[in-house]
Ligand binder design. Structure first.
Ligand code: COA
Length: 253
């Protein structure tokens, strides 16, 4: 089981809620937050810390402000303290208007990415750089209005996979390809990655008409079960927690 927690921070501008969320941060996090130039970046940073801290506290009796995090070699955050048994794995992503957190005690390698679907982006330039030959072919064959969404489906899947492995941008992914089959999403991996593609499971979800989320989990071949919850950290729970999985027909036709 993997939990996907979603928070739409622009759904509330309650100043008391914002200051309560900010009060959860450590002095280091306040310092990082203060370095952002724009207010919307500061808000997203606070929302991300608040989501991670309150979500993790729903699994263990640890106060949200008491979690301490550290970062692995390429920046992937992990829980430094307290030491938990069983260990909890988590990963975070944020984009304009949405923060997400995946959590699992069962799987060690989990990753998530979220993006806002927007027009005006030079998709073909980015596709040359990040997509495989077969993915670029699918993009060209796709009806023009659907291209931004298909491009971001590939992009978020690649990022979620790279983030699950903890490598982020250091993992070259134009040699690996995602394929949308009737029953599931498959990856064909570049042999240089020395990774067993059949161990991985992926999910792609519409979080809103403008947001797409991808989750990657090394399940060692077991099916991926996702439990999705919308929350407002330190606020009231949002209604309507179902997100629709994106189907192959939705993406390619
Ligand atoms: C850092 C990176 C992992 C993701 O960055 P991003 O897409 O800008 O941001 P996301 O919202 O997806 O994720 C950011 C969060 O991932 C986590 N993270 C950072 N480094 C990570 C890593 N190596 N592995 C997993 N998670 C990581 C952090 O929690 C970070 O949030 P924080 O800095 O606020 O704590 C990295 O891949 C990157 O810089 N990507 C840039 C986009 C790109 O060129 N993608 C290529 C498409 S294939």
């Amino acid at each position: 089981m993997v939990d996907l927690w979603c928070y739409f921070p622009e759904s509330s501008h309650d100043p008391e809620l914002l200051s309560a969320q900010a009060a959860l941060m450590t002095p280091d996090e306040h310092e990082r937050c203060g370095r952002f130039h724009f207010e919307r970046e500061r808000r997203l940073f606070i929302a991300t810390r608040a989501l991670a801290r309150t979500v993790l506290s729903s699994y263990f009796p640890v106060a949200p402000g008491d979690w301490r995090f550290s970062n692995a070699e390429h920046g992937k955050p992990f829980i430094a303290s307290p030491i938990l048994r069983p260990r909890l794995q988590f990963n975070l992503a944020h984009t304009q208007g949405l923060v997400v957190c995946v959590v699992s005690a069962a799987h060690e390698l989990i990753g998530v990415d979220a993006e806002m679907i927007e027009g005006g982006r030079d998709i073909f330039r980015d596709a040359e750089r990040y997509l495989s030959l077969s993915e670029r072919g699918k993009l060209r064959a796709c009806p023009t209005p659907k291209r931004p969404r298909l491009f971001l489906a590939y992009w978020t899947l690649k990022e979620s996979f790279a983030k699950a492995r903890g490598e982020g941008l250091s993992l070259p992914l134009d040699g690996s390809s995602f394929h949308f089959e009737e029953d599931a999403i498959h990856i064909v991996l570049d042999p240089s990655l020395a990774e067993d593609a059949t161990s991985w499971r992926f999910a792609l979800l519409d979080a809103s008409p403008h947001h797409i989320i991808a989750v990657a989990v090394k399940t060692s071949g077991a099916p991926l079960t996702l439990r999705i919850t919308h929350i407002v950290p330190l606020g009231k729970a949002a209604e309507g927690t179902q997100l629709a999985a994106i189907s192959r027909a939705d993406l390619l036709k």
